[in-house]
Design a protein around this ligand. Structure first.
Ligand SMILES: *Cc1c(COP(=O)(O)O)cnc(C)c1O
Length: 346
């Protein structure tokens, strides 16, 4: 039985072309800035995002951490959504390592932060208060149904930040899903942010790595933070090579993941005992609820796993499914058929 793994798009495996690229990558010591393949992906990323420079790092978590460390001194404050990955899923790194104070404001269901909430969170000059330094956005928003923030919204946050002397970091782990969902260029999302991080290892299917982009000055600081974290990697071209394929070949096909998520969501909406807000399904992440008292969520998950279908429970009666490279329309049909059958016997 082949598993249908809908837990995350991080389970994607590299393509044959990526494996070939790893084999043939021209390598050097990146700690001496001498790995041509690393330099190539950093330049490519900078060009894509319209920034001066890029930096390859080991993971999305490290990417966000080096950015926050580069932007904020100890005791300075970062405004974050209360559902931000940086706050919920990165082991408290910005505080544990950087002594950066998270100032939480509510994430709206569409992943945005209200401009008024941001303005109200910005502190003035007072020796009692932490200095507000940074606003972080997330696109697409993992916890907020994979919602894509629009370039115009990001611009509006950039304008508020600028007015108050703050900087903006965009956690763009899945920025390419937003690019494809909204039909915009990466640069449109990044034109008014100071830094962006994105993952090569999710829907783009590369095995490892994230890239951070910003000004040359910012990247020099991020480079230093990466060193502090032990993230200076030597012949890292082995990681960069499949990453280049990811950026050049794997973006357009994210559309298929979005179509599959739509098909999955439509199907779930037809199954008695399950509830899903179809209007919220915009990219490759969907959340749905069990609204049937006859079955415990753990029971449904266990039964589905027994049939080879895996997904995550993310709340008392809430589940998450993520479509990705490797999930095809027939897998969606199988998932729906089995899910329907299990709910019937609840
Ligand atoms: C996956 C993800 C990250 C980074 O995760 P890693 O597992 O460390 O690569 C960061 N932000 C968001 C929104 C994510 O979904």
């Amino acid at each position: 039985m082949k598993e249908i793994d809908l837990r995350s798009d991080t389970v994607t495996l590299p393509t044959d072309e990526m494996r070939q690229a790893m084999l043939n990558a021209v390598l050097g010591d990146d700690v001496f800035d001498e790995d041509p393949t690393v330099n190539k992906i950093q330049n490519l990323a900078a060009e894509l995002t319209g920034k001066e420079a890029g930096l390859l790092v080991a993971s999305g978590t490290m990417a966000n951490l080096v950015c926050v460390l580069a932007h904020c001194a100890r005791g300075e404050e970062a405004i974050l959504g209360d559902k931000a990955h940086i706050f919920l899923n990165e082991a408290g790194g910005i505080s544990a390592v950087g002594a950066v104070v998270p100032h939480l404001i509510p994430n709206q269901d569409d992943g945005t932060l209200l401009l008024n909430d941001i303005k109200n969170a910005i502190r003035g000059e007072d020796a009692h208060w932490p200095k507000t330094r940074l606003v972080c956005l997330e696109n697409t928003h993992n916890r907020c149904y994979g919602a894509a923030l629009t370039p115009e919204y990001i611009d509006s946050v950039g304008a508020v930040a600028k007015e108050h002397g703050l900087v903006v970091h965009l956690d763009g782990a899945r920025i390419f899903n937003a690019v494809v969902a909204l039909g915009k260029k990466v640069k449109e999302f990044t034109r008014n942010v100071d830094s962006i991080s994105f993952c090569l290892s999710k829907g783009l299917a590369a095995p490892v790595g994230s890239v951070v982009c910003g000004t040359r000055e910012f990247i020099a600081k991020a480079h230093r933070s990466r060193k502090v974290l032990g993230g200076g990697m030597r012949q890292a071209g082995i990681i960069a090579a499949p990453g280049i394929i990811a950026l050049e070949r794997m973006v357009e096909r994210l559309k298929e993941d979005h179509q599959n998520a739509q098909q999955l969501a439509q199907g779930i909406s037809q199954i008695p005992g399950l509830a899903i807000d179809l209007a919220r399904v915009q990219t490759n992440i969907l959340y749905f609820d069990l609204v049937n008292d006859a079955m415990k969520p753990e029971e449904l998950q266990r039964r589905m796993a027994g049939k080879g279908i895996r997904f995550l429970q993310t709340g008392p009666s809430r589940f998450r499914m993520v479509t990705h490279y490797g999930i095809r329309p027939e897998h969606i049909e199988t998932t729906l058929k089995i899910l329907n059958a299990q709910m019937k016997t609840a």
